[in-house]
Design a protein around this ligand. Structure first.
Ligand code: THU
Length: 128
C-alpha cells in the first residue's frame, strides 16, 4: 500500500494537466500496481467528443503498456478539480478487468479520502 493520501495527491497533481477544453472538467488518476509501480494519467478530450478518454482508462492503458498484460491494480485514486466523484461506469468495468473484488478505489468526499472496493462499485461485473 502506498497510502491513500499520497495516491490522491498524485491524482490531483496530474489532473491539472488534463486536456479538457470542452467540458473544462479536469480529472486525474493515480494507480499503484501489484508490482509496486506508480502510474498517473489525466482525461484527454477531442473535438469529436466521443473520442475523449477518461483519466482512469488513460492511466490503466499506460500501465499495461509498461508492465504488460499481467498488470494488476493494487489500488487506484481518482480526483477531479473542483468536484468529487467515484469513477464513471465505463471506467469501473475497465478497472475491474485488472483488479479484484477487494481492490480499494480512493476518491474525495467532503475533502476527505474515502474508499470503496471494486465489489461495491461494480457488483456483478461482466467477465468472459
Ligand atoms: N471523466 C473522466 O476522466 N473520468 C470519469 O470518471 C468521469 C469523466 C472526464 C471525461 C471528460 O473529459 C470529462 O471528464 C467530462 O465528462
Amino acid at each position: 500500500m502506498m497510502g491513500a493520501s499520497a495516491l490522491l495527491v498524485q491524482a490531483t497533481t496530474v489532473a491539472a494537466k488534463a486536456y479538457a477544453p470542452y467540458s473544462h472538467f479536469q480529472v486525474g488518476c493515480a494507480l499503484l500496481t501489484a508490482q509496486g509501480n506508480l502510474f498517473t494519467g489525466c482525461n484527454v478530450e477531442n473535438a469529436s467528443y466521443g473520442l475523449t478518454i477518461c483519466a482512469e482508462r488513460n492511466t490503466i492503458f499506460h500501465a499495461v503498456a509498461e508492465e504488460g498484460p499481467g498488470m494488476k491494480i493494487a489500488e487506484l485514486a481518482v480526483v477531479a478539480l473542483g468536484l468529487e466523484f467515484p469513477p464513471c461506469g465505463g471506467c469501473r468495468q475497465v478497472i475491474a478487468e485488472f483488479a479484484g473484488p477487494e481492490t480499494p478505489i480512493w476518491f474525495l468526499r467532503d475533502g476527505k479520502p474515502v474508499s470503496m472496493t471494486m465489489a461495491e462499485l461494480l457488483p456483478a461485473s461482466f467477465r468472459l
